[in-house]
Write a protein that binds this ligand. Structure first.
Ligand SMILES: *[C@@H]1O[C@H](CO)[C@@H](O)[C@H](O)[C@H]1NC(C)=O
Ligand SMILES: *[C@@H]1O[C@H](CO)[C@@H](O)[C@H](O)[C@H]1NC(C)=O
Ligand SMILES: *[C@@H]1O[C@H](CO)[C@@H](O)[C@H](O)[C@H]1NC(C)=O
Ligand SMILES: *[C@@H]1O[C@H](CO)[C@@H](O)[C@H](O)[C@H]1NC(C)=O
Ligand SMILES: *[C@@H]1O[C@H](CO)[C@@H](O)[C@H](O)[C@H]1NC(C)=O
Ligand SMILES: *[C@@H]1O[C@H](CO)[C@@H](O)[C@H](O)[C@H]1NC(C)=O
Length: 358
C-alpha cells in the first residue's frame, strides 16, 4: 500500500511534461558535480588522518575533496557567516536536493554559508563509504574556514551517514556546532524490505539493503552509543513518511537519544502541529516551514533547534517555507527511481562491515 503511494506520484511526475525534471537528477555537472576542483588547503593536516582515533579512509583525498561543491559565493570563514554542509539522501545528488530549496534560503541569510557534498552513485553504494565523504568534508570545510566551526543539514540517509562519520571519525565532533537531520532513518526503515523484495530486485542497491531495519549496518551504527547524539542534534520527521517507517513515538527511526547530554530535540511534525492535519512525505521535509524554522533556530542559537522559540501556529499553516514551492519540492523525488534503476552493480546482500567498525 505504502509502496503504491510512492509509485503513483512518481509515474505521474515521470510524464513527458516533467522530462526535464527527471533528467536533472541524472546530471553530474554544475551543482550536481562530484568532480569539483577545490584548491584551498586546510590549515591543519586532515588526510590520511586528522586524529589518531579517526578511522582510515578507503578513498583517495582527491576523490573525497572533489565531491564537495563550493558555490562561488562561499566566504571561507572571512565574513560573518558560518559554513553549513548539506548532505543528500539515497538516490539524489545534493545539488538537486538543496540548490533550489534550503540551500538557496541559507545562502540568503546573514549567518549561514552553505556548501554541499554530491556523493558519487547518488548515495546508493556502501553507506560506510558515503560516510567517508561526509567525514572528509566536515574537516575540510572547517579547515579552510579560518577556525570557524561548521553545521550540518541532512536529508534521509544523510542522517545515518553523518552519525556514522561522527562516531568513527571523532575529530569531526570538535568542529561541529549543529546537526539538523531531516527525515533521517537512524533505525533504518521497514519499507526497504518492500523495495528489495523479489518483485522489485532492480531497485536493490547496497545502501538500500543497509537501510533495512534489520541490517548489520544499522545495528553497527547504533551499538556502543551510536544511538545517541555526538553533537547538538535536531531531528525533523513525519509519521506519514512514505519511505521511512516507523516515524512515531520513541520507536521512530528518526528519534535520537542524548546519553552524552550534548543537546537533542526530536520534532515530529504531527506532534509539533497537533492542531492541524499534517501530511508530510519523506521529501516534504525539504521545503517544510517547520523544518526551516528549526534549521534557522538551531543555526542562530547554542544547542539544538527549539520549537518553543518558534511562531509555531504560523509555521504549521504554511504550505512551504518562505520562498519555496511545494510542487517543485515534491518533484525532486521523480529523479529517484531512474537513478536507482541505472545504478550498477546491483546488490544481493549488504556490504561487509568495515574492520574499523567491526
Ligand atoms: C573530471 O574533471 C576532469 C578535468 O576537470 C575531466 O578531465 C574529467 O573527464 C572529469 N571526469 C568526470 C567523470 O566528469
Ligand atoms: C532574501 O532575504 C530577504 C530578507 O532578508 C527577503 O526579502 C528575500 O525575499 C529573500 N530572497 C529569497 C530568494 O529568499
Ligand atoms: C567548536 O565546537 C567545539 C565543540 O563543540 C567547541 O568546543 C568550540 O568552542 C567551538 N569553536 C568555535 C570557534 O566555535
Ligand atoms: C523490522 O521491520 C519488520 C517489518 O518489515 C518488523 O516485523 C520487524 O520487527 C522489524 N525489526 C526491527 C529490529 O525493528
Ligand atoms: C517500540 O518497539 C518495541 C519493540 O518492537 C515494542 O515492544 C514497543 O511497544 C514499541 N513502543 C512504542 C511506544 O511504540
Ligand atoms: C492549539 O490550539 C490551542 C487553542 O487555540 C492553542 O492554545 C495552542 O497554542 C495551539 N497549539 C499549537 C501547537 O498550535
Amino acid at each position: 500500500m505504502i509502496f503504491s503511494l510512492i509509485l503513483t506520484p512518481l509515474v505521474a511526475l515521470a510524464s513527458p511534461t516533467h522530462r526535464s525534471l527527471r533528467l536533472l537528477g541524472r546530471e553530474t555537472t554544475g551543482v550536481n558535480s562530484f568532480n569539483n576542483t577545490n584548491l584551498a588547503q586546510p590549515a591543519t593536516t586532515i588526510f590520511p588522518q586528522k586524529a589518531s582515533s579517526d578511522a582510515p579512509f578507503s578513498l583517495s583525498e582527491n576523490t573525497l575533496r572533489s565531491a564537495i561543491y563550493i558555490p562561488s559565493t562561499f566566504e571561507y570563514g572571512s565574513g560573518s557567516k558560518s559554513p553549513v554542509i548539506l548532505i543528500p539522501g539515497t538516490s539524489l545528488p545534493a545539488g538537486t536536493t538543496y540548490s533550489n530549496g534550503f540551500g538557496k534560503l541559507l545562502a540568503n541569510t546573514s549567518y549561514a554559508d552553505p556548501v554541499w557534498v554530491n556523493i558519487p552513485g547518488y548515495s546508493l553504494g556502501d553507506a560506510q563509504v558515503n560516510a567517508e565523504y561526509v567525514a572528509y568534508a566536515i574537516n575540510y570545510i572547517a579547515g579552510v574556514s579560518k577556525g570557524k566551526n561548521i553545521s550540518l543539514v541532512s536529508w534521509s540517509q544523510g542522517g545515518p551517514n553523518i552519525q556514522w562519520s561522527l562516531k568513527y571519525w571523532p575529530s569531526t565532533r570538535e568542529v561541529v556546532n549543529d546537526f539538523v537531520a531531516l527525515s533521517p532513518d537512524f533505525k533504518g526503515t521497514t519499507e526497504a524490505i518492500l523495495i528489495c523484495s523479489g518483485l522489485t530486485g532492480d531497485l536493490c542497491e547496497p545502501s538500500i539493503l543497509q537501510q533495512e531495519n534489520t541490517s548489520e549496518y544499522i545495528a553497527t551504527l547504533r551499538n556502543n552509543g551510536g544511538d545517541s547524539a555526538y553533537v547538538p542534534t535536531t531531528t525533523f520527521y513525519s509519521s506519514t513518511d512514505e519511505i521511512v517507517q516507523p516515524q512515531d513515538g520513541k520507536n521512530a527511526s528518526a528519534y535520537i537519544l542524548d546519553a552524552r547530554n550534548v543537546g537533542v530535540t526530536n520534532n515530529q511534525v504531527q506532534s509539533v502541529c497537533s492542531n492541524s492535519t499534517q501530511i508530510v512525505l519523506h521529501e516534504g521535509a525539504l521545503y517544510n516551514s517547520v523544518a526551516w524554522g528549526l534549521i534557522e533556530d538551531a543555526l542562530t542559537h547554542d544547542g539544538p533547534g527549539q520549537i518553543s522559540r518558534l511562531d509555531i501556529q504560523t509555521l504549521c499553516k504554511a504550505a512551504a517555507a518562505p520562498g519555496l514551492d511545494s510542487l517543485l519540492g515534491e518533484s525532486i523525488i521523480v529523479n529517484a527511481v531512474p537513478n536507482i534503476l541505472a545504478y550498477h552493480p546491483k546488490a544481493t546482500k549488504e556490504p561487509a562491515i568495515a574492520s574499523y567498525a567491526g
